[in-house]
Design a protein around this ligand. Sequence first.
Ligand code: NAP
Length: 312
Amino acid sequence: MGKVLAIGPYSDRDAAALRDDFDAVFLPGLDDLAGLSPEDRAGAVALAYLGHHPLDGAVMDQLPGLRVIANFGVGFDAIDVPAATVRGITVTNTPEVLNDDVADLAVALLIAENRRLNGAEGWLRAGRWAQGGDYPVARKMSGRRVGILGLGRIGREIADRLAAFKCELHYFSRSEKPTPGWTWHADPVALARAVDDLVVAVVGGPDTQGLVSAEVIAALGPDGIIVNIARGSVINEAALLDALEGGALRGAGLDVFRGEPHVDPRFLALPNVTLLPHVGSATAETRAAMGALQRQNLRAVLDGRPAVTPVN
Ligand code: NAP
């Protein structure tokens, strides 16, 4: 069998499993492929990838024997899938196993922003409560009208949770879905007009770039909150910052950013945002399940069986 390369910051447990099961060779990043000998590059048949840096055809061409790229994560927008397909490379991801965590986080961000939890905690920590000041009242989250932009696996889990919070649910998808009575909108502006808050759960990549446009943000209006657990690329970040700074939007809860891990410093100066470092799936339980599914996909393709969760 050829070599399995593992690229990315794996946990000790996943690194040990990749080593034990596949005798994997570890590299910190895609740039380090250039440091391998031509023989080692030619001998690589599988790549276990954990990262968000673009993995394009030029990278794939460094590994001419590659049969599978097993992505650690459901979002594969960093991988040029058409380039993999024309090279006969199977691409796999890790769907479903992270739905609960990401949906939980989306709801947490919606509550945090409506109830101004960051500000309230800061108030206490700064001693302002003890000085006799009650924190200003916030806004109720239960019962709000919430729009889900992208009713996929995670979007549906978010909607199910918000239904339990008595929210009125609306969604945008490219086609209407069977739902328990949630309202479908054919475009994101119409969705934003119909709701109080917007939760972004579509795929990233070129097709959804800037889908949350200045027009969508304006349609949501000054009482609105945007939560994004999808990809930073989906939101026009400059328009979002302008709206948050100017009071045209009440708040935002963001787990993902354009150019992450570098975050536009304008966000850091805002009081009306909750900012998280892409931790949607970051629990021990879910990361273990993602690692296991990544390895099942590697094993299947290397054994000549169909991948468990292929994307091409
Ligand atoms: P999914 O089941 O494939 O759902 C994707 C949604 O995106 C669907 O509603 C789909 O709409 C929509 N979509 C796809 N292509 C589109 C296009 N060209 N234009 C408009 N809408 C489009 O994916 P998922 O498992 O729910 O994951 C969604 C995303 O969440 C992932 O791709 C990933 O980027 C992100 N994510 C983030 C974290 C985190 O840590 N924050 C963790 C996991 C996932 P249709 O219904 O019209 O097909």
